[in-house]
Design a protein around this ligand. Structure first.
Ligand code: CA
Length: 245
């Protein structure tokens, strides 16, 4: 899936581009409104509202006047009026700075699902569908917020986890680690990917922090087999009941 990131600040664009690439997105960068409007068609636009040559709101309007490409506004502005205007002009969602890569990816996927379900034409439909093929299958065809992995239900909206219908109390970072692993059950997630996403790309603290959280998760889930350790590499989420996910 190809994204156009319209952002003039390299300190934001750099880490964002790297983060999105780790999730399999191809990111084209436009540092000005002019470059954004001249860019080749993409599957989704991430649009910063504070641009040097033109107001992002006007870029949104111009993009929408010629295509149905999904648009997520990125704004440092706290002014709600901007968001409302942007949404009225056809933006699909907005995200306020600062935000994490994980949150952005969740929004990108949600907007993509929504616009596909609405049958909108932002680019060739086949491309859009193929674009989600890189995403874990568990993300597609699911309600927006809840995901089942065997007897476990993870609700991203409420941050609640249930196992056999009973709620498991998790600390925020424990939830984030579990939620990250659950994006693609069975897939190997490297320690670096997890650290970068759940903590921060610039987190240089002890990596033992991750092991502590994984240990706590195993204990709370009542079966260490839920999270398999791949020595020296990372972790994967396994449904120990062997049920289809
Ligand atoms: Ca800016």
């Amino acid at each position: 899936m190809r994204l156009l990131l319209v952002e003039d600040d390299d300190r934001i664009a750099g880490p964002l581009t790297e983060g999105l690439a780790r999730y399999g997105f191809t990111v084209e960068l436009a540092r000005t409104a002019a470059a954004a409007l001249a860019a080749a068609p993409v599957d989704l636009v991430l649009l910063d509202l504070g641009l040097p040559d033109m107001d992002g709101i006007d870029v949104c309007k111009a993009l929408r006047s010629r295509s149905d490409v999904p648009i997520i506004m990125i704004t440092a502005r706290t002014d709600e009026a901007d968001r409302v205007v942007g949404l009225e002009l056809g933006a699909d969602d907005y995200l306020s700075k600062p935000f994490g890569t994980r949150e952005l990816v969740a929004r990108v996927r949600a907007v993509t699902r929504r616009t596909q379900a609405a049958g909108r034409q932002g680019g060739p439909a086949a491309d859009r569908v193929a674009g989600t093929a890189g995403a874990p299958a568990s993300w597609t065809g699911q309600a927006d917020s809840a995901q089942r992995v065997g007897p476990m239900t993870i609700d991203r909206r409420t941050h609640r986890v249930e196992l056999y219908g009973r709620q498991i109390a998790l600390a925020p970072k424990e939830f984030d680690v579990l939620e990250y692993l659950a994006q693609d059950p069975g897939a190997l997630c490297s320690r670096q990917q997890i650290m970068d996403t759940v903590w921060d790309p610039h987190y240089f603290g002890p990596t033992r922090t991750l092991d502590v959280h994984v240990s706590a998760l195993r204990r709370k889930l009542g079966d260490p087999a839920w999270i398999e350790t791949v020595r020296g590499v990372g972790f994967r989420l396994i449904d120990p009941t062997g049920g289809a996910t």
